[in-house]
Design a protein around this ligand. Structure first.
Ligand SMILES: C[S@@+](CC[C@H](N)C(=O)[O-])C[C@H]1O[C@@H](n2cnc3c(N)ncnc32)[C@H](O)[C@@H]1O
Length: 268
């Protein structure tokens, strides 16, 4: 079953989650030699299998609710920006994450060029497939510093904390942050699980904003673990942001990161 252990339901027994999901498929092709036609076929069949799950139906409902909250003044979602999807030609986790993007784009009726993606590790065939889906593959490494003046969904599955911190930096005001919806790692888990010295050094804005935001849990019924684990929908409610005084938003210098940080690839 494509490298995954399926979560099986046994009558009378508690549902068990699979462990040791093997991300990389056993295949003879690797690196930049993938066949775009085969990669596209696998992506589409993964989307089909995701779309018929209860997980997807519930997930779509949650995303729609969040969009309604954020787009009060804009009326509709302007775009989806995806960072750090990973190598979906080789990695099942990334392929399921791409499947969610394909399905949401269709159901939320976002025009394909309104979906932009960047991952410095994309292979040529992956970029080709994404372009065939009508997506806009960005050529520049924005380092996550995309500033928003209209409602934007950021899809950042399992991205490094520096990338989130940069996104916050680029939108560090109530007028900008309120436009953001992020499907990404739980900030509260990050704060709970990492030493505060690491957070202060690498992700100070995550620490600062976390008490004033909302985290919506994803449905817990996806059949494969490690695809959407530790992933939530993050919102920045305007009333909470407006309650903060101007001092909160001041003194926000451009973040500098450790060159040894393996999760984040800076501009070269
Ligand atoms: C931990 S991996 C997650 C991959 C995949 N989403 C998953 O869940 O397995 C983090 C990803 O972030 C990407 N990344 C690193 N720096 C980036 C940047 N500046 N902009 C966009 N993506 C970046 C990496 O190339 C990598 O694919």
């Amino acid at each position: 079953m494509d490298g995954f252990k399926v979560v099986t339901k046994k009558r009378g027994k508690k549902k068990q989650l699979a462990t040791n999901v093997n991300c990389k498929e056993t295949c003879h092709i690797s690196g930049d030699t993938h066949d775009a036609i085969a990669v596209k076929k696998k992506a589409l069949s993964t989307k089909e299998s995701l779309c018929c799950t209860d997980f997807y139906t519930e997930m779509k409902g949650k995303v729609e609710e969040c969009i309604k909250k954020v787009t009060v003044s804009d009326k509709c979602l302007a775009k989806i920006v995806t960072y750090g999807l990973g190598n979906f030609a080789e990695c099942l986790i990334s392929r399921y994450q791409l499947a969610l993007l394909l399905a949401l784009r269709e159901d939320l009726q976002i025009s394909p060029p309104g979906v932009q993606l960047y991952d410095p590790k994309f292979f040529t065939a992956e970029k080709e497939v994404l372009s065939e889906f009508g997506f806009h593959v960005l050529s520049e490494n924005e380092e996550g510093k995309r500033s928003c003046d209209s409602s934007t969904l950021f899809y950042m599955p399992h991205c490094g904390k520096s990338l989130y911190n940069n996104l916050l930096f680029a939108n560090w005001s109530p007028d900008r942050l309120c436009h953001l919806i992020i499907i990404g790692n739980s900030f509260s888990n990050m704060i709970q699980n990492l030493p505060s010295s690491t957070m202060k050094k690498c992700a100070p804005l995550i620490m600062k904003i976390q008490p004033y935001m909302e985290e919506i849990l994803l449905p817990g019924n996806f059949q494969y673990q490690d695809v959407f684990n530790d992933t939530v929908i993050l919102l920045f409610p305007q009333d909470k942001l407006n309650s903060l005084d101007s001092e909160f938003w001041e003194h926000c210098p451009e973040p500098k990161y450790d060159p040894e940080d393996l999760e984040f690839i800076p501009k070269s």
